[in-house]
Structure formats: C-alpha cells, structure tokens
Design a protein around this ligand. Structure first.
Ligand code: URP
Ligand code: ZN
Ligand code: ZN
Length: 465
C-alpha cells in the first residue's frame, strides 16, 4: 500500500517546509517537492500543517481502580485518540500482588489485541519488588520492549511502595537502561489528612483536593529526584500539577541532573475552582494529583516553554458520572470517588489553542512536547515522533483554523461528561494517518479495531538539556 501526501507544510520539532511525502508499506520512503509518483491513495494537504502523529505516554485504558474499571477500553479509547490526532499511546500494565510482571504484560496484551486502532506500547506498574520481579524488570526491557516502570509514592495499601523499594528499582534501571516514572505525592501525609477530613464529616468532592496539598507533591518530587541522584539514574515525574513540584524539577535540572517531567492539559486549563461547582459536580475533576489554584497554570506553561517540563500527556483515566454510575461510588465519601478524568482525544486541540494560538509556545515546541519528546524519552524515536525517511507514516494533517466545541455529545471517549464542556478551541486534526493509512478523515473514522500494533520500545534516550 502506498500513500502520497501532497502540498502540505511539513512541521517537525525542528523544521518547517513545503513538501510531498511518499509512504510505502507504512514507512516514509521519500520527501521532496513536486513528487509525481503513482500511489494507491493521494491526499491533498494544501493549507494543512503536516505534523508527526501525537504520542500519548500516559493512558489508563480498561484500568481496574477503586472497585470499577476506567470507562474506555482499547477500542473506544484508541478510536477517541485517533480522532484527536494521537497515533501511538503508552498504557500502564499493572502487576498484581503476589504475581510477577509477566501476567500483567500478557494481560494487557490481551486487553489491546483485536481492539486497538492505533499503535500502542506498555509501561509496567511495579507494586512488589521481589528478587524474581527484579529479574523480570531486566527481561521486560531486553525482550518485551517494556522499558519504563511506574512507581507510586501515594495510595498506601494499593500502589504505594517505600523508599527502599524505589531506590532498588532505580538501581535496577542503572543496569538495564529502563526509566522510572514516578507518581510523586506523599501518600502517608495524604492518607492522614483524608482520615482527619472524614472524621470531621468533610465528605464532598472538594476535600479530595484539600487533603492533597501541593507541598505533598513538592516533597515527593524532591525526594524522588534525590533518590534518583543517589542511584545515578534519570527520573521522569508523571502528571506534575503545580509550581511546588516544578520548582524541585527546575532546581535539579539547574544542577545538571537528568530530571524530567510531564504535565497534562487538565493542569494547564482547569483549576481548584472546578471542585466548588454545585452538588456532586466536583467529582468530575477528582484525579490525583488534584487540580490546583489557577495561578499554577502560568508556571506550568513557562515550564513547558523553557524545557523544565518536556512532555504533555493526558493521564486519560475516565469514569462515568451516571451511566454507569462510577464516580457515584464516592457520593457520600470523596475518598471513594474513582480517581481520573478523560482527555485522550482533546490533548492536541487544547495545547494548540491554549499554547500556540495564545503565543505561549511555537508550533515546533508544540510538536516537540506532544510527539517528539515523548518518543525520545520512551524509546519510540525515530520510528515515531517525527516525519523523516524511515519513520512510520504516522501523521496529523492539522487545520489551524478548525473550530471545535468540546462536548461529551460529539467527542468519542466513552464517558458521559467532558471536563471542558462547552469550551471552543481553534486548531485541530483534519486527517489522521497511521502507518500511511487514513484512519480519520474530516471527523469520519476510517480505521478498524485490531489494526493497531504493539510497539516494542528501546530504552529511552534522556533528552539533552
Ligand atoms: O487520578 C489519576 N491520576 N488516575 C490514574 C492513576 C494515576 O495515578 O495516574
Ligand atoms: Zn499516577
Ligand atoms: Zn495515570
């Protein structure tokens, strides 16, 4: 199968030029001007920016959490991703207590097979680091292409591991080239504050945020970086939400340490005020870390512009309000509201509108933080994350003038609300190609379940600077 994308403006993290792109059997084989080659599919990209497909390195599809499963599975979630211009995602497989890493890896493979419409890879959430698991970390990196591991400093009894475990896992990555991704919140402090709030009868959704102070994230972020420094390895902080935590990353980077971090659109566009919505509405925004006071948003945008933050991912982990009643599990107790919110479909539109259109970042930095950097950090580059000869034909034909009203009614995520309901954004995908195949054409889905392929990742390349 061959595809020719003609007359577009190619935009990568470093370049911008008019060119035609020829894709043969899923891979870019020629880039040039005035290419006059026969192709099975010829696409006119006049007026469009041709960018590498989005890469979302933080998703939770079909994830068991808080007594239910996240509402999108690998089919509905990847269809939504495709509509939003994301052509590769890295989801989190979860080690069960008392088991090794292989049952989790195989379980997540089964969840995705026959369903995924875009390419996918896995990180591994490690909950127990026995000697056997330690050996399996090596095998995951070497043989299975699972080259990153998430550890939690929060959720005692569920995911949280102690500092000794964190340190041993970090040392493991020194030997095998893997990368530790850290959920950095001080779980002991938070758990105590939650119990205290409940004792006082403070049960509404807003107490989720009020019991997870920014200092708890800042402290854990600093501690995680210090542990990585002592182990002599890089570290990647996931879903960084606030200035307190960003300052720790900045300090470390100023010292020359290989500390990296992602933030997510919810922390750039939403705030604590959303918890003050009437009734149980605040439950829509219950996620961890929680939304912060609005002033943090400006600090995060600066962090992205100045490269103290390198990636925008989504932490897509949707739970329905009513159909089915998932968030309702915490109707009378905020600590029982499943944590997470939808975002896999809206990332590119939001970051373009609030970042590029608003003049906070340029279009090359946009490509870098939504595609190229995630690909480099997580061992997908240069197969993914750029447009170059030899790279996969994963592309977004981006229309900078396309206007979209974000609403649960028309978005494709399988969840009965949208955190940005009614927000109008300008700039969005007109067409989306995965390995040269058109999977979304002006809002119409053209892919098929099961076409997405598992990508074995290489150890990531810590970014320079
Ligand atoms: O609230 C969140 N973030 N849910 C997903 C699990 C996690 O910690 O990433
Ligand atoms: Zn997390
Ligand atoms: Zn997450």
């Amino acid at each position: 199968m061959t595809t020719l994308v003609r007359n577009g403006t190619v935009v990568t993290a470093s370049d911008r030029y008019q060119a035609d792109i020829y894709i043969d059997k899923g891979v870019v084989t020629l880039i040039g001007q005035g290419l006059n080659l026969p192709a099975d599919t010829v696409i006119d990209a006049s007026g469009k920016l041709v960018m590498p497909g989005g890469i979302d390195v933080h998703t939770h599809l079909d994830m068991p959490f808080g007594g239910t499963n996240s509402a999108d599975d690998f089919q509905t979630g990847t269809v939504a991703a495709a509509h939003g211009g994301t052509t590769t995602l890295v989801d989190f497989a979860i080690q069960n207590f008392g088991e090794g890493l292989y049952p989790a890896y195989e379980g997540w493979m089964k969840r995705a097979e026959g369903k995924a419409v875009v390419d996918y890879a896995f990180h591994m959430i490690v909950r127990e680091l026995t000697d056997q698991v330690s050996g399996e970390m090596d095998r995951m990196v070497k043989h299975e292409g699972v080259t990153s591991f998430k550890l939690f400093m929060a959720y005692p009894g569920v995911f949280m591991v102690d500092d000794a475990t964190i340190f041993r896992a970090l040392l493991k990555t020194r030997d095998n080239g893997g990368l530790i991704c850290m959920h950095a919140e001080n779980g002991g402090v938070i758990d105590t504050l939650v119990k205290e709030a409940l004792r006082k009868g403070q049960k509404a959704p807003k107490y989720h945020a009020l019991t997870r102070p920014t200092r708890a994230e800042g402290e854990a972020t600093g501690r995680a970086i210090a542990l990585a420094e002592m182990a002599g390895v890089p570290i990647y902080i996931v879903h960084l939400s606030c200035s307190d935590a960003l300052e720790k990353v900045k300090q470390a980077r100023d010292m020359g340490l290989p500390a990296y971090a992602e933030t997510c659109p919810q922390y750039l566009f939403l705030s604590y005020d959303d918890y003050e919505r009437p009734g149980f509405e605040g439950a829509k925004y219950v996620m961890s870390p929680p939304l912060r006071e609005k002033w943090n948003q400006e600090a995060l945008w600066k962090g992205l512009a100045k490269n103290d933050l390198q990636v925008v991912s989504t932490d897509h982990c949707p739970f329905c309000m009513n159909e089915p009643p998932q968030k309702q599990l915490g109707k009378d107790d905020f600590s029982k509201i499943p944590n997470g919110a939808p975002g896999i479909e809206t990332r590119l539109m939001l970051v373009w509108d609030g970042g590029v259109r608003a003049g906070k970042i340029d279009m090359h930095r946009f490509v870098e933080i939504v595609s190229t950097n995630p690909a480099k950090m997580f061992g997908l580059w240069p197969k993914k994350g750029t447009i170059a000869v030899g790279s996969d034909g994963d592309m977004v034909l981006f229309d900078p003038d396309k206007e979209t009203t974000l609403t649960a009614k028309t978005l494709h995520m399988r969840v009965d609300y949208n955190p940005y309901e009614g927000r109008v954004v300008r700039g969005g995908p007109a067409m989306v190609l995965s390995r040269g195949e058109v999977i979304v054409d002006h809002g119409e889905f053209k892919g098929r379940p099961g076409r997405g392929q598992y990508v074995k990742r290489q150890p990531g390349r810590p970014l320079v600077g």
